[in-house]
Design a protein. Structure first.
Length: 267
């Protein structure tokens, strides 16, 4: 009867580095997460088994003084093991043949392997003031972050702007930046390049003090579904789109006037 193997990937728990007093994202490489499986190098179990077996044999033989007796014992054990392996192999083949004869048209046995993949990272409530090294740091702690990362929590840190390194994670759906020190409202427009982004938080930053803060963000990012944990309605999207268009035109005209004034002063 044939045996088939299939693989299935499911979302694993988020890597949780919250409340770790991290000052740099690179500290994730040495810090253990509160939850979630940190990426680790694969070990060669075969080599490890051979080394452990050799150590056990040396201990049983009493070290160098008993090397001769240990060798003899290992030879006997090897012969016995080989005989048992032959019997087991023959038994297995016989069982398989019997099963095939009893169920000649049976469906193949399918073994399903489930692999958990990290899709979310929590870095909230730390002292991080820059995420320049974020892609490098996430590459160390999770599998293929540029393809797998869908949600990251960077709230309550020391970030002063929306850095371009976030734009490398094209699968990002949720981004939490509330409780930081972001002052530049136009920097929000950078997030347009995250075409799958549907949830964003920016409340608790200085930019929230602008009276048109929410209209600006919704107008700049029309594909958002929630902002600051509040659902964005269709009416809000259309109204913000009209306001943002007019605002952009006013900003452009103001910039042109300032440039003209600067040229006039130079002349």
């Amino acid at each position: 009867m044939p045996v088939l193997s299939t693989g299935e990937m499911v979302a694993g728990p988020p890597l949780d580095y919250s409340f770790k007093e991290l000052k740099s994202v690179l500290e994730m490489e040495t810090e253990e997460p509160r939850s979630g499986g940190k990426r680790r190098p694969q070990k060669d179990d075969t080599v490890s088994g051979e080394v452990d077996g050799a150590a056990d044999a040396a201990a049983a033989s009493g070290g160098p003084a008993g090397a001769s007796n240990g060798t003899a014992d290992m030879t006997k054990a090897s012969a016995s093991g080989a005989a048992n392996a032959t019997l087991l192999s023959a038994s297995a083949k016989g069982g398989a043949n019997v099963a095939t004869q009893l169920r000649p048209n049976a469906s193949p046995i399918i073994k399903k392997k489930i692999r958990k993949v990290t899709l979310a990272v929590k870095l909230n409530n730390n002292m991080i003031d820059s995420i320049t090294d974020l892609p490098q740091a996430l590459e160390f702690v999770m599998d293929d972050p540029l393809r797998n990362l869908q949600w990251i929590d960077l709230s309550f840190n020391q970030l002063a702007t929306i850095q371009v390194e976030l734009l490398e994670f094209k699968q990002m759906k949720a981004l939490y930046l509330h409780g930081n020190h972001i002052k530049s409202l136009p920097s929000v427009e950078r997030l347009r390049r995250l075409q799958k982004l549907i949830s964003l938080t920016l409340n608790g930053n200085p930019i929230e003090c602008f009276p048109f803060y929410r209209r600006y963000v919704v107008g700049a990012l029309p594909d958002l579904r929630t902002l600051d944990h509040s659902t964005i309605t269709d009416d809000e999207v259309s109204g913000a789109a009209e306001w943002f268009k007019a605002h952009s035109q006013r900003a452009k005209a103001r910039k042109e006037r300032l440039e003209e004034q600067a040229l006039a002063m130079e002349a």
